[in-house]
Design a protein around this ligand. Structure first.
Ligand SMILES: *Cc1c(COP(=O)(O)O)cnc(C)c1O
Length: 374
């Protein structure tokens, strides 16, 4: 079965006569439970839920290993840290990965005794830093820089050093790359982004290569209570059916916008892994099935970037990414990533590309019109 078919069928049983294609969400905090609770699949809403199980089967099929759903991407990230790291253990985290992941490692987990090493995603430092580590955290393509690291090569180096490997698969989604197949032990994602894709819920998941790794993650989820609501999970499963068609349009739009941005005199350093001269292209071509829906570029300064984003009418200025709406933000406004003041991270949506080009042309004209700049 191909991706486009798989996302529609995954996690759903073949309907019997008179049955709906998709069971509705099961809203339950508690279930009738008699006698010995051992072996009962559903006892209490923090332990398990049939709507979660259906979605987890779908994710497992796409990621290529058993999966657990969490209440957000960060809940999924924290579960991996919590399941693996003990006082004195070293975790290697990319210096250019999602800010809150770095913050969680260097804050709470360092305070609880984990040793945190950081290294850039690109270059040889990451493979060197893994010596003596317990966990190697990777993110590819990175958010927001869109750099790509070699998962297979780094996983091999980590395993040789006795470390486990987790890949944050948020930006690519399991239809863009499957980290478990490249040798990672955990594939972690914020499904808040493209996997759900409608900017209406938060969710996360972890999939594992070795099913023994599922048990501590499940224990963490149950004891911490990092659970998702059944309605969110049901909506996510419903959204999953269109992931292939959404990504197809989003990635095509990203390519159109990247090509257009490159020929604008005011725009510099366009980053898109699909551009043949992008530093990440060769690796992305080997490792990824799609080049993604995100584009990075630089305007001369913070003021012109703000002015450009403010003048857009179809593109919505917003943080986060991966939805059907095209969004963008001046990333330096948060003061968290090593990007220039005029750096813009754009997430291409599913709109008609001609409307997007018209919108961005108008906004760029307005941002750089002589009268507006005085
Ligand atoms: C958004 C994001 C997260 C965190 O996900 P939430 O759903 O917001 O908790 C983690 N990693 C990456 C790469 C992200 O973009």
């Amino acid at each position: 079965m191909r991706d486009g078919t798989r996302v529609i069928r995954a996690g759903h049983a073949q309907p019997g006569p008179g049955e709906p294609f998709s069971a509705g969400p099961t809203f339950a905090s508690t279930y009738r439970l008699t006698g010995d609770p051992a072996g009962q699949p559903f006892a209490y809403g923090r332990f398990s839920n049939p709507t979660w199980s259906d979605f987890e089967r779908a994710i497992a099929e796409l990621e290529g290993g058993p999966a657990l759903v969490f209440g957000s991407g960060m809940a999924a990230v924290a579960a991996v840290f919590g399941a693996v790291l003990r006082p004195g253990d070293t975790v290697v985290v990319p210096s250019d990965c999602y800010y809150t992941v770095r913050l969680l490692a260097e804050g709470f987990f360092a305070e609880m005794g984990a040793l945190v090493r950081t290294a850039p995603s690109v270059g040889s430092e990451m493979a060197e830093a893994v010596e003596g580590a317990k966990l190697l955290w990777l993110e590819t393509p990175t958010n927001p820089g869109l750099d790509v690291c070699d998962v297979a090569e780094l996983a091999e180096a980590a395993h040789r050093a006795g470390a486990l490997v987790a890949v944050d698969n948020t930006t690519a989604t399991p239809l863009g790359q499957t980290p478990l197949g490249l040798g990672a032990d955990f594939s972690v994602a914020s499904d808040t982004k493209a996997l759900c894709g409608h900017s209406d819920l938060l969710l996360g998941h972890v999939a594992v290569r070795d099913s023994n790794l599922l048990e501590p993650l499940l224990r963490w989820r149950t004891q911490v209570g990092a659970v998702a609501g059944p309605m969110e999970v049901w909506l996510a499963h419903r959204s999953l059916a269109t992931l292939d068609v959404r990504l197809e349009r989003m990635c095509a739009n990203a390519r159109v916008l990247a090509d257009w941005l490159r020929i604008q005199p005011a725009v510099r350093n366009v980053r898109y892994p699909g551009l043949t001269d992008d530093p990440a292209h060769a690796l992305a071509l080997r490792q990824m099935r799609r080049f993604g829906h995100m584009v990075g570029f630089e305007l001369p300064d913070g003021a012109s970037a703000e002015c450009f984003l403010g003048a857009c009418e179809i593109l919505i200025e917003a943080t986060s990414f991966g939805g059907v709406h095209t969004t963008a933000e001046r990333r330096a406004r948060w003061g968290r990533d090593a990007v220039s003041e005029g750096f813009v991270r754009l997430s291409a949506g599913c709109e008609d590309p001609a409307d997007l080009i018209e919108d961005l042309t108008r906004a760029l004209d307005r941002a750089f019109a002589p009268t507006d700049r005085s």
